[in-house]
Design a protein around this ligand. Sequence first.
Ligand code: RFL
Ligand code: PHB
Length: 391
Amino acid sequence: MRTTVGIIGAGPAGLLLARLLRRAGIESVVLESRDRAYVERRQRAGILEQGTVDVLRAAGAGERMDREGLRHDGIELRFDRRRHRVDFPGLTGGRSVTVYAQTEVCKDLIALQLEEGGPLLFEAEALVVEGAEGDRPRIPFRHQGREDVLECEYVVGCDGFWGVARKAFPDGISRVFERSYPYAWLGILADVAPSHDELVYARHERGFALLSMRSPAVSRLYLQVPAGTEAGQWDDKEIWEELERRLETDDDWRLERGPITQKSVTPMRSFVHEPMRHGRLFLAGDAAHIVPPTGAKGLNLAAGDVVTLARALVHERETGSPELLDAYSATCLRRVWQAERFSYDMTTLLHRAPDATPFDARLQLARLERIASSRAAETDLAEAYTGFPLA
Ligand code: RFL
Ligand code: PHB
């Protein structure tokens, strides 16, 4: 098999890249190791920045998002049983975010790709990336039990944190920056209307809690739990009781309960691999960087990477100049590190570390107090949450 751009992974990064290239008349093939149902069901992100919404729309993939996505003009910070709303448009000159689940973004992009795009092979596992330094890189892969090879001009590793593409960078070139956290998120989906019309990020002595949503009838909630926790260790009643404790306020706000339909635990990690390019191999999305989910940045960073890459590939094709491809890694890393910083700040602002001292707890409250009382501090949060402009 031959193509121009070989894409490993059909998560949001790989699917959006294939779509953008298709619109620009550049051929690609997408290899995805899992089956379609798995990719469409995997529960993950929920928040799209304005820039991501604009890109999906411009790529002709925004129709259902525009119908079913929920525009959110703020979030609520909860601490000391008090509530503080951050008003995004008022602080950022009109920016907001959209609640539209990653599962739905993937479903929309998969349907478009299968209808109008180049090949998208499910159950096709890339085994390795060969020849990144030469002219014709190759991806040996196994598709439904049979071995084959994809020959390309460029390879893009959109294969997530556990993928194979990053491993093709020689040791002397890769630099890794990382941090793990001593806690994780226990996430649930519940068939109950969200108890608030915007997301609630709560800092509590017992740990962090987040109220989010998937639709007007489905709630998505998270609890900070110790790293290494298994979802089965918590029964439904315990989860609701703990959410109630951490989200409790002094006014008459109430948490509505409903049947829990899914439960899972997500570890928390910060990770950056530099550079994001080696020869004709490029990394995009979680394959190159991970942020803890507190800032809702992972999916949006993946979108930013592939927009930058698609633009660079088109530029090279149209002008013959590799200047944007050469700048790809540095261009993306600037935005990536801003998202790393923000995600780290939000995480340490709101979570309780197991070794936290009373001093640390007071500092967290002082930081929250500062956001609640200073327009400058609040604007800093609102700008970062709604997203830095795509380069
Ligand atoms: P993905 O989605 O992991 O996709 C990688 C794909 O590559 C496939 N693959 C392979 N295919 C072929 N051959 C191989 N050898 C392969 N190895 C792997 C995998 O099967 C998979 O389909 O990476 P991508 O596209 O870079 O997308 C990144 C996002 O998924 C991720 O950053 C976000 O989900 C992070 N995230 C959030 N991001 C946001 O922007 N806003 C949020 O609100 C948000 N909330 C979250 C999150 C992630 C979470 N979890 C579970 C990690 C909430 C949670 C709980
Ligand atoms: C989600 O709805 O899954 C979600 C929302 C905001 C976050 C993380 C996850 O910061």
